[in-house]
Design a protein around this ligand. Structure first.
Ligand code: MLT
Ligand code: MN
Ligand code: ZN
Length: 304
């Protein structure tokens, strides 16, 4: 199985269009120009021909252009992306569906019932796509059942519900329920190799342990270094935890949590532009290196 990191940044990307936090400023100069990142999304394949897209970022057009494997050119209209799995209904994870509207066939989309409802009401992308390629929505079971998309044979995936809030435009914003936000266990049916993907992981809930302990690769929430980072750097109104993201530093933070899982690779994704780890020379990045934790980047290839 191979995972390709198409985008490694949190919502807004790096640099963010209107942000002048220290990191975004550096990204507009030589200092961090090589560290630009698009908004988070991965592609997964067992046969290197058919790819499951996990989340559809607003940057998907650039991400596909940067990944020739996704355009095999077998016909006048073609793509190696055969199905899309959605972790939530957030802008940074679903807006790319609109950019796929030229699809030659209705897009196969796997998402929870809750996310489907959001995408038919508060942010009605699925309704809009009916005027273009159309979609075939398959609801994800939340009881630990694994499934496989006929479009991407060999990649087995199991949704893992994560406690979090639905986006501001969701009709169930004030009533969080399982299915608003998911993690995903990805497994190669043939080899058994596995990865746990969770770009929005706010709380280390007990039911996650069995998945995280058995995964060969953890590709998890790397949004902020500290809980109050957004408030301190850009007058943000909310803490990382309030936004459903576990900060890396401090008691109970991601670094401490990941020490429990030393077996496989531990990689951060969905990195917010305010996060000091975006600077490879930062002391925070050095801490991650000491802990054996990797920072994903656009174009990263994970073979497993
Ligand atoms: C988040 O992960 O908290 C959201 O994606 C933020 C956003 O994109 O507005
Ligand atoms: Mn996000
Ligand atoms: Zn910034």
């Amino acid at each position: 199985m191979q995972i390709r990191v198409l985008g490694s940044a949190a919502g807004g990307g790096f640099p963010q269009w209107n942000c002048n936090c220290p990191r975004c400023r550096d990204a507009r100069t030589d200092k961090l120009a090589s560290e630009w990142r698009t908004q988070s999304s991965i592609a997964v394949s067992a046969d290197h021909e058919n790819w499951l897209l996990v989340n559809a970022s607003p940057d998907i057009r650039a991400q596909i252009l940067a990944t020739p494997e996704l355009q095999p050119a077998r016909g006048s209209r073609d793509s190696a992306i055969t199905a899309v799995v959605l972790m939530d209904s957030q802008i940074d994870h679903v807006t790319g569906l609109l950019m796929l509207r030229e699809s030659a066939y209705p897009l196969p989309i796997y998402c929870s019932e809750r996310v489907e409802e959001d995408l038919r009401t508060g942010f009605p992308i699925l309704e809009i796509l009916e005027h273009y390629c159309g979609t075939r929505v398959h609801n994800l079971a939340l009881d630990g059942q694994s499934m496989e998309s006929p479009g991407a044979p060999g990649v087995r995936f199991t949704p893992v519900p994560l406690t979090s809030k639905a986006p501001p435009y969701s009709p169930h914003r004030a009533d969080p329920q399982p299915g608003d936000n998911l993690g995903l266990m990805l497994e190669d049916r043939q080899t058994g190799a596995s990865a746990f993907y969770a770009p929005g992981l706010g709380e280390m809930e007990p039911h996650l342990h069995r998945w995280m302990a058995s995964a060969d690769v953890l590709l998890v929430d790397g949004t902020t270094w500290t809980d109050d980072e957004m408030q301190r750097t850009v007058d943000g109104r909310k803490t990382a935890r309030e936004m459903g993201h576990l900060p890396q530093d401090g008691p109970g933070g991601m670094i401490e949590q990941l020490r429990r899982y030393p077996r496989g690779r531990r990689i951060l994704i969905h990195i917010n532009n305010t996060n000091p780890i975006l600077d490879p020379d930062s002391q925070q990045r050095a801490r991650l290196v000491e802990e054996g934790i990797e920072v994903s980047y656009d174009g990263m290839v994970i073979d497993l």
